[in-house]
Write a protein that binds this ligand. Structure first.
Ligand code: TEU
Length: 588
């Protein structure tokens, strides 16, 4: 978001001009060729020897980020928090949790990033606060509290919960407060009460807090479940589901009636007229392509981009996240291609395979069998970074970190799994079956410590960390890869550099190659910007393939391959790809 470029409305008037006038075609926003790196501070690096990552640990590894070449860091929450959901439950938006360090450490981190030309995007968690936030403490104190209406308080219905909504973290979304006899709403944990965005005082308090961080010099916000702010009036029941007490009520709180109004207001109150170059990304579970265009069309001045969830939801049931089923062949590809096309004219995609809530990219979308690990880690990276949008790299992804070999239910720490297993046991459900899905999908997969070297605790800490280090750290670690030609790290570094050096990668249009449709394992697509053209061909499977890309790519230059000895110029005939091999070619 740049106050001069992406937020101003086009002044052109003729139909042809208007049709071609997405703001980034006229004047591309700075983040169109940026790559964002996400840091989940608990798991990044521990400098003070308490087994948990901290701000000093990040400061110690800033050169790793500079070497990789990323433009922006998204920092998961470091605010004061009881840590019921690892910091996504905030009790003071304007202080640093002592677990992570001090405000002075934060300022040093910000300066260290800026000195290296890297911007800092903060996590903004304002759908809910912690139940220990003074706003909620005040709100819960009595039914007549001046802050009562800052949260959703409702009388019991027939002596029970006010509606049938189910929480993301199991059970009801409602918690009874014995003292006042009313229930409060929490879409997530019982310690994460939802703020009432209908109340203008709440909105103004949040905007003031955001301005305070911008005044400090941060460069933008990643906005947690931002499309949940506007709930359907009256909070009605969701359609009941046989055999379930509480149900998924998504349609009643996601992308609700006032969502666009709130975001436009936030933009006006926080960003409009402020000099500087900012970035905003909304986390928007369940968002459709149509809504995403509305959220991110720069002419509407709401958000710069959104995280959509379609491709990370294909291996689970909407009613049960841990009921794992492998996606239909080609389904992930079809989904991402659809998003490429749908946001091709207006709006902007965030591109991601994983984050702190998702399993590891190479384990889920690649192949973490030792024989295929390295080449598939590079190939999933190429597939994503070749697309139009802003790529996100989650800590450890750049070295191909894998899912953790969790064994029993007791190995998991995430509140989501802990609550899920507790409620499963209470129902007498089958824990072993559930564990099959949990091992694959649990958020803890992403949260094991970053593997810096092959030393004790992978160089993450000097003591046993809060979640165990993956045993493969003996060979899978940053020290073994940085500067090593052909490594996963060097591959990511090349992809990030290419986005800068090739405007076609940032801004070119996207088109799938026809033959791609014939084989679900093949990804073959092109990017075009004027005379400049890029071809991405990838094999997302173990069996070799030959991909027909047509005659007009003969003579294209190889810019990056997952294999080491590939001809530098593309000849005639189908492109032969070994198992999990990928290549990127350029014309002009
Ligand atoms: O996540 C919101 C969200 O809907 C999911 O990504 C969530 O992790 C999962 O699907 C629950 O089943 C955001 C944060 O990224 C996540 O870490 C927080 O736990 C959550 O909001 C609440 O703040």
């Amino acid at each position: 978001m740049t106050t001069e470029t992406s937020t101003t409305t086009s002044t052109t008037t003729t139909t042809e001009q208007t049709a071609a006038s997405t703001a980034y075609q006229m004047e591309p926003a700075w983040w169109t060729n940026s790559v964002v790196y996400q840091i989940y501070p608990r798991s990044f690096a521990d400098a003070n020897g308490d087994g948990m990552g901290d701000l000093r640990g990040i400061i110690n590894h800033l050169d790793h980020l500079a070497e990789l070449g990323v433009d922006v860091v998204w920092l998961s929450p470091i605010y004061r928090s009881p840590q019921a959901d690892n910091g996504y439950d905030i009790s003071d938006y304007q202080d640093i949790d002592p677990l992570f360090g001090t405000m002075a450490d934060f300022e040093e981190l910000l300066t260290g990033l800026h000195d290296r030309g890297i911007k800092l995007m903060m996590d903004l968690v304002v759908n809910h606060t912690s139940d220990e936030h003074p706003w909620f403490v005040e709100s819960r104190s009595s039914t007549t509290s001046p802050k009562r209406d800052w949260y959703y308080w409702r009388d019991p219905r027939d002596g029970r919960e006010p509606n049938n909504w189910g929480s993301f973290f199991s059970g009801s979304t409602w918690q009874l407060d014995e003292a006042t006899g009313q229930y409060y709403l929490h879409l997530f944990d019982v310690k994460q009460p939802d703020l009432n965005w209908e109340n203008p005082e709440v909105r103004e308090a949040v905007y003031a807090m955001m301005r305070w961080w911008l005044d400090k010099g941060v460069d933008g916000f990643r906005m947690d479940v931002i499309n949940f702010l506007s709930k359907v009036d009256g909070l009605p029941d969701a359609p009941p589901v046989e055999g379930r007490e509480f149900v998924n009520a998504f349609a009643l709180y996601a992308d609700g009636p006032r969502m666009h109004e709130f975001l436009a207001e936030m933009h006006r109150e926080v960003f409009a007229g402020r000099p500087g170059q900012f970035i905003t990304v909304g986390e928007t579970p369940g968002v459709t392509t149509q809504e995403a265009v509305l959220y991110t069309d720069p002419r509407r001045a709401e958000l710069d981009m959104v995280f959509q969830f379609e491709h990370v939801g294909l291996d689970q049931l909407p009613t049960d996240k841990f009921a794992y089923a492998a996606p239909a062949p080609g389904a992930v590809k079809a989904s991402l291609y659809r998003w490429q096309t749908a946001l091709g004219q207006a709006g902007w995609n965030s591109l991601y395979w994983d984050n702190h809530d998702q399993p590891r990219a190479v384990s889920r979308f690649g192949d973490d069998d030792p024989q295929w690990w390295e080449t598939s880690a590079k190939t999933v990276a190429t597939i994503l970074h070749g697309m139009r949008g802003t790529p996100y790299v989650y800590q450890g992804e750049e070295i191909g970190m894998t899912n953790y070999p969790f064994a029993t239910g007791a190995d998991f720490q995430d509140v989501e799994v802990v609550n899920y297993l507790a409620s499963l046991r209470a129902r007498g459900g089958d824990e072993e079956t559930a564990l099959t899905g949990i091992r694959k999908i649990s958020r803890d997969n992403a949260r094991t410590p970053v593997q810096w070297d092959s030393g004790p605790y992978a160089g993450f800490s000097s003591v046993s960390p809060w979640l165990p280090v993956n045993p493969n750290a003996s060979w899978l670690n940053a020290a073994a890869q940085v500067g090593e030609s052909g490594s996963v790290f060097e591959h990511y570094k090349s992809l990030i550099a290419l986005r800068k050096s090739l405007p076609v990668l940032a801004l070119g249009s996207f088109e799938a190659i026809e033959s791609d449709a014939a084989n679900p394992a093949v990804w073959a697509y092109t990017r075009t910007l004027g005379e400049s053209r890029v071809l991405v061909v990838a094999n997302a499977g173990r069996e070799p393939v030959a991909v027909d890309v047509g005659e007009d790519w003969v003579g294209a230059r190889l810019v990056l391959g997952s294999g080491l000895d590939v001809e530098p110029v593309l000849g005639a005939g189908p492109v032969p790809l070994a198992g999990w091999e990928s290549r990127m070619y350029l014309i002009k």
